[in-house]
Design a protein around this ligand. Sequence first.
Ligand SMILES: [Zn+2]
Length: 231
Amino acid sequence: MEIPSRKVYEILKSKGVDHIYHANSVITSCQFLRRGALLSRGTIARSGLYQSAQKSDETDKKLGIWFDVFADSDDIHYRAKRANAYGSVLFVLDVELIAKAYTGKVWVTKLNPTKWNGKPHKERWFVSQKDLEDNFVRGRFDHMIVFRHCGGELPIKKHLKKIIVDDPRLASKPSKIDYYSMAYGALQLSMTEGQISAPIVKRKCPNGCTCQVEYSANLDRSKEMYAPKIY
Ligand SMILES: [Zn+2]
């Protein structure tokens, strides 16, 4: 259920959450930067803009979360030592964004929506401030901050601290331009267009991170993450 945004902010802050995170592909991230906002999957689709496909798209529509904007309480790539399934670009936002959320209401999932099948409301969502205080754990993958009723558009201009981009050490064919440099250029241009500014930094992986292996093992997916269709 919805919890007043100020309370969500206070509880998360007390649990050591200073930043919230949103991962996506390069092309979708560029759409965000041009608009100066994170956009829900539904909002982008409705606008006729291109976005990379996500496995959860069909389920999200059925579950009524297609127009919601999701964020994590930690850098999943770093914590899990693997590539983030949602994309190679990570928006790092200061947690104040929650307190300032103009909808006034923020929801927090207790379970990732991909596991919601057959589960009651109280196992899907935190249901009260107390529930959140007692049971929210920073960095737990199931616990996601969800901005609902925000028209599918969450302004980030004042809260974007940096953008971390993975370097898969792969290059596009036939130009041989490496994916990281392509991503950097595209994101930088989109920031100029959206009049938004934040440093773009190359990801430093923790020891034992498997992302390089994952990027090399699935070249089609990597291409979609970095060099999606241009039209
Ligand atoms: Zn890595």
